[in-house]
Ligand binder design. Sequence first.
Ligand SMILES: NC(=O)c1ccc[n+]([C@@H]2O[C@H](COP(=O)([O-])OP(=O)(O)OC[C@H]3O[C@@H](n4cnc5c(N)ncnc54)[C@H](O)[C@@H]3O)[C@@H](O)[C@H]2O)c1
Ligand SMILES: O=C(O)C(=O)C[C@@H](O)[C@H](O)[C@H](O)COP(=O)(O)O
Ligand SMILES: [Zn+2]
Length: 331
Amino acid sequence: MKIPVMIPNHEYDIILERGALAHLADYVKIQGKVLLITDTGVPQAHIELVSAQLADCDCYIVEQGEGSKSFTVLQKILSYMLAHDFQRSDCVIALGGGVVGDLAGFAASIYMRGIRFINFPTTTLAQIDSSIGGKTAINLDGVKNVIGAFYQPSLVIIDPEVLKTLDHRQIVSGLAEALKAGLIADAKLFALFSRADPMEEIETIIYRSLLVKKHIVEQDEKETGLRKLLNFGHTIGHGIEACYLDSLYHGEAVALGMLYFIENESLKEQVIKIYEKLGLPSTCDYEKEAVFTHIAHDKKASKHTIDVVVVSDAGKSHIEKMSFDEIKARL
Ligand SMILES: NC(=O)c1ccc[n+]([C@@H]2O[C@H](COP(=O)([O-])OP(=O)(O)OC[C@H]3O[C@@H](n4cnc5c(N)ncnc54)[C@H](O)[C@@H]3O)[C@@H](O)[C@H]2O)c1
Ligand SMILES: O=C(O)C(=O)C[C@@H](O)[C@H](O)[C@H](O)COP(=O)(O)O
Ligand SMILES: [Zn+2]
């Protein structure tokens, strides 16, 4: 299935198809060289499957984990590209989860002021959320995604087949972003989580999540308004994630962060039941002051307020300006 993303001046297709990575020639036409960026946790079989189909391909493997979203790793990639004569007509392909996508996309956005970028997401989180919309980033001084660019891929190929090798906790972490999409804008997507085993419905979950995100980013690529909805759960979630990088995954932190802004007690109870069923955390002991220090760096913050996303019912959300004091009181 082909899903066009119609961002003005940056249109591209998402291919969502089981087995698509096994016949790339049907979708990817590449003239120049490719830098395939992946990480040490992505199974070799996936790397070989992709690289074997690309005529002129260098593979660059970074250490798995959030730590690779750093200036140090970014600089090494850029130096590699320069040393190996990558030109503006060449291409970067990300093969991996959100870490590889964010890092590779940012490298592509600044090398020679921007070279072609393609994303082959291999985690549930990346297939559901991070591979589309063009947010690319690294972290700085412990602050999540504070250095980056909006840089759209020219193609995204989503092959759910590769999820077979992903461990259960990572699968579930990614599903939190689909729950987010359901809660902000798609009550039917949200309802799927109470009804079904999500892995039996994974293609529908990916598809519906992508439609929610596509619809939003087509209207507001640079997050001046509507796109803030996609940040539901991330204000407190990013704060918790930044403090507990070694023990919490992104989706788990977002799951925790969403609970603070569901202003409907029976919906919140339903969400907690879904977390329990899936194995997502619904509580976490954390250092409030440390978490708040990170929250203050939220990109939706002004001097003493942050635009937060509030969900009033499944599929119904709005943006609200909230004072730092009010957010502190909720922690
Ligand atoms: N740009 C965006 O819009 C956006 C959206 C959401 C999250 N993010 C970012 O994404 C990151 C989290 O991404 P993630 O959850 O995918 O984590 P991740 O990229 O760290 O991947 C999780 C782990 O799975 C391994 N892996 C990847 N594919 C695999 C496969 N098919 N089989 C087995 N193992 C595999 C990786 O090596 C890694 O160890 C965070 O940095 C977050 O900030 C970005
Ligand atoms: O695409 C968006 O917009 C999102 O907010 C998606 C989030 O799931 C994602 O984690 C994003 O990277 C958060 O962005 P940030 O601007 O809060 O760093
Ligand atoms: Zn997220």
